[in-house]
Design a protein around this ligand. Structure first.
Ligand SMILES: Nc1ncnc2c1ncn2[C@@H]1O[C@H](COP(=O)(O)OP(=O)(O)OP(=O)(O)O)[C@@H](O)[C@H]1O
Ligand SMILES: [Mg+2]
Length: 235
């Protein structure tokens, strides 16, 4: 097992957002976490990446409990968070944004190699190296955020709502990219609301509601579950 989260609890002040969340991700898998707005999906990914102050439980990554690690140390271990709201540097070029993705100790020495990989995966970015991030379309910005995440040279990507706000054709494109990245060897935990294309990528699915895991299983298990079918899978 690559990642095992056990009884994770997370808090913002008095608010108890994650309640005894346990999930497993094996090496090479795409695991999809579905859940409604505000139920703790981003908090889960941020907790994994050391970005939530008050956490309790176990986060075991490659046989090591990382719950007390700083976000910097976690990046150096090879886990990267790709934010839902893109969080690009608007007045920097595409190229500068990508290079900033390679800031970790582990990533710097692979910068050139990873730039090549990223440009072959996203030819649109290669054409726009000098363009300001702020002038990219919504879809392009999303691609840039994923590409920047790849520059970190991580083995494990925690991707927050990659299809959020995208038109159906771009959702298909993002889905293809995630599939390709996975094929190239990355293990992926992706959070989404109800995007059937993304769900279709899943080796395993979880549903998070009100901070608790209310479903875990295969895609087939999910599809034969009437409640899930209606609420989350958009079918
Ligand atoms: N930094 C913060 N400080 C205080 N409360 C927060 C903070 N971040 C999130 N919350 C609260 O924690 C709860 C879970 O938020 P979270 O962002 O994890 O939800 P989500 O499932 O990712 O939602 P969405 O689908 O809208 O992105 C929400 O009630 C939110 O208001
Ligand atoms: Mg979120």
């Amino acid at each position: 097992m690559m990642l095992s989260i056990e009884n994770l609890n997370a808090y913002y002040g008095q608010a108890h957002v994650l309640k005894d969340v346990s999930i497993n991700v094996n090496k090479g898998e795409v695991v999809v976490m579905l859940g409604p707005n505000g139920h703790g999906k981003s908090t889960l990914l941020k907790s994994l990446c050391g970005m939530v102050d008050y956490r309790r439980g176990k986060i075991v990554y490659k046989d090591q409990d990382i719950i007390k690690f700083s976000s910097e140390k976690i990046v150096n271990l090879g886990i990267t968070y790709i934010a839902e709201n893109r969080e690009l540097f608007p007045y920097m070029s595409v190229m500068e944004n990508l290079k900033l993705g390679a800031y970790s100790r582990n990533a710097r020495k692979y910068e050139k190699q990873n730039l090549e990989k990223v440009f072959s995966l996203f030819p649109r970015l290669a054409e726009r190296k000098k363009q300001y991030a702020s002038t990219m379309s919504g879809g392009e910005a999303k691609m840039l955020a994923i590409a920047r995440g790849l520059m970190s040279n991580a083995d494990f990507l925690a991707i927050d709502e990659p299809a959020l706000g995208l038109q159906p054709n771009l959702r298909v494109e993002v889905t293809k990219i995630i599939k390709e990245i996975n094929k190239q060897g990355k293990t992926i935990l992706v959070v989404e609301q109800n995007i059937p294309q993304i769900t279709d990528l899943a080796d395993k699915l979880y549903v998070l509601e009100e901070g608790r895991i209310t479903f875990s299983g295969s895609k087939d298990d999910a599809l034969s579950n009437e409640d899930l079918k209606e609420i989350f899978l958009g079918m």
